[in-house]
Design a binder for this molecule. Structure first.
Ligand SMILES: NC(=O)c1ccc[n+]([C@@H]2O[C@H](COP(=O)([O-])OP(=O)(O)OC[C@H]3O[C@@H](n4cnc5c(N)ncnc54)[C@H](OP(=O)(O)O)[C@@H]3O)[C@@H](O)[C@H]2O)c1
Length: 275
């Protein structure tokens, strides 16, 4: 096993995003390997990144010091069980599979494994993601640093000490892009109702969201302070904000995020009942 080799199991969208990020950040293509059951996809990745490919997960896993599980949550238990007792205790596992809990991954692999469970989000595809990470007790500081470096190549990273909080992260940032897409849809429809052309209304909505996000991320002010600054007394913005608040906007959002968090927890429990 070579110390610096990173192996990806699953060659799909997220793997594509992370490998692109790693290579753009000067990771050598010889340090990256990939396995998948889909040979056509593997050949595509080989052409794109000039990396070694495998159709046998075990062959890849026994060569790499860090293995990234990037398969769908429903197939992760069988992927792990096929690797059971074949990995050294020095191997670091990073799972990006939504919902699957670290102790289940450890149990399926045969125990005593360093596991980092993560929750990235789709803007990772544009290097604008944010990933929540949780490390089990076997993970060393060096391994944490390594995982952070890998996931920083597609955006920002945040650690949590309690794995349960990954449900909240899933609810806020994992599913979050869809809430903003819904907001864009709703603003576009409202603009059309007021007489704007749909293309124009959509462009106005998207660029406004982009500008507002950039302002919020670069400003020292909180989102609430920024909102207060753009809300003149008795003005148009105040009319809209009051309308939203009178219809319990905050409560609607709180309920939606709670529903996503509860669902994430439920999926974790269901995926745990594999036997
Ligand atoms: N996409 C996102 O925005 C996002 C965000 C956060 C977390 N995630 C998580 O990231 C993980 C990967 O997502 P993705 O969108 O990259 O999925 P994806 O595009 O479907 O890629 C998964 C790949 O794994 C392959 N595969 C299936 N069984 C396998 C096995 N036994 N051994 C090796 N490879 C196997 C699949 O092949 P087949 O297609 O032939 O089955 C597919 O090529 C998921 O667990 C998801 O929950 C994704």
């Amino acid at each position: 096993m070579q110390n610096s080799l990173i192996g990806f199991i699953g060659a799909g969208n997220m793997t594509h995003a992370i490998i692109s990020g790693l290579i753009n950040n000067n990771t050598n293509h010889n340090q990256i390997k990939i396995s998948d059951t889909n040979e056509a996809l593997l050949l595509l990745r080989k052409t794109e990144f000039n990396i070694e490919i495998f159709t046998d997960n075990t062959k890849l896993a026994t060569q790499c010091s860090t293995i990234i599980f990037a398969v769908k949550p429903q197939v992760l238990s069988s992927v792990c069980k096929n690797l059971k007792n074949k990995l050294t205790t020095n191997t670091l596992i990073i799972s990006i599979a939504a919902g699957v809990r670290s102790h289940d991954i450890e149990r399926w692999l045969g125990g005593n494994q360093a596991i980092i469970r993560t929750m990235p989000n789709t803007p990772a595809l544009l290097n604008q993601g944010i990933t929540g990470l949780f490390a089990n007790k076997q993970v060393s500081n060096k391994q944490k640093f390594l995982a952070e470096n890998i996931l920083n190549s597609v955006g920002e990273c945040l650690w949590v000490n309690d794995e349960y909080l990954l449900n909240a992260i899933t609810a806020v940032s994992g599913s979050g892009p869809a809430y903003f897409f819904l907001m864009l849809e709703s603003m576009t429809k409202a603009g059309v109702t007021l007489g704007l052309d749909e293309v124009v209304a959509q462009k106005l909505s998207i660029q406004t969201a982009l500008g507002a996000s950039m302002m919020a991320s670069r400003s020292k002010d909180s989102p609430q302070q920024l909102r207060n600054k753009v809300t003149s007394k008795n003005g148009t913005t105040q009319a809209a904000i009051e309308s939203l608040q009178n219809q319990d906007f905050e409560i609607i959002i709180a309920h939606a995020i709670r529903a996503a968090s509860d669902k994430s927890n439920k999926i974790g429990i269901e995926l745990s009942n594999d036997e």
